[in-house]
Design a protein around this ligand. Sequence first.
Ligand SMILES: Nc1nc2c(ncn2[C@@H]2O[C@H](COP(=O)(O)OP(=O)(O)OP(=O)(O)O)[C@@H](O)[C@H]2O)c(=O)[nH]1
Ligand SMILES: [Mg+2]
Length: 252
Amino acid sequence: MAGQGSEATDAQRRTLVVVPTFNERDNILQVVASLLESTQADVLVVDDSSPDGTRDVVEPLVVSNDRVHLLVRPHKMGLGSAYIAGFGWGGARGYEILCEMDADLSHDPAQIPRLVEALKDADLVIGSRYVPGGGVANWGLTRRLLSRYANVYVRLWLRLGVRDATSGFRAFRTETVQALDISTMRSEGYGFQIEMTRRLVRSGRRVTEVPISFVERAGGDSKMSSRIVLEALINVTVWGFRDSLRLIRERM
Ligand SMILES: Nc1nc2c(ncn2[C@@H]2O[C@H](COP(=O)(O)OP(=O)(O)OP(=O)(O)O)[C@@H](O)[C@H]2O)c(=O)[nH]1
Ligand SMILES: [Mg+2]
């Protein structure tokens, strides 16, 4: 048992948790402190020069703790490209495992070891709200329905076999990301999560969902917008048509 424990610890040490931020000044200190306490992973905050000065509260942490890193980009460029930048940063520095996590306290940092552990039998581990044991707290009816129906649409139309394809709480090996041509991904919002899941499933990778409790953000404002919802809706619809056409062609 001791051997297993130290294996898990080693995996965590080679893990980078990428946390994209845009105006998360009220949340980021607590998120990073909690990550440092409940995991052995390093943390990379990818901040798009948030006008609220998120970087100003992260910079002292970078100086005082060598597990904390900060990548600042010149302006808001979207969630998807923030992750692509963060994965590139981590890959170049030899991290073997990459995790995604929101900076709004919706995801519990203490769950990271569980996600990393589940990577033993999977290529992508999704912290999932929609498998038994998972759930959502404090979300209004509109957000609940939007997220639920988005995932039902994705499941029926893309047939990925995943119940929470939009979740932004994830773990994968760096080599898995590097095998994808991730730089060609275009989704900006949570469509990025669907696009990545689709690419991994289509390339035969194993996906596992681990139940998580998702909590509505504690402070700051949501970056969810009708543009982001529309982007995901259009992309999923187009991908579904393409996949169906390919299937028909293969059968003919
Ligand atoms: N670097 C960067 N981070 C972003 C950008 N857009 C969103 N984020 C961050 O991505 C994470 C998810 O964004 P949220 O606003 O929580 O979006 P969401 O989770 O889809 O929506 P809510 O559940 O309503 O909060 C948060 O940590 C944001 O600060 C962006 O353009 N650039
Ligand atoms: Mg959120």
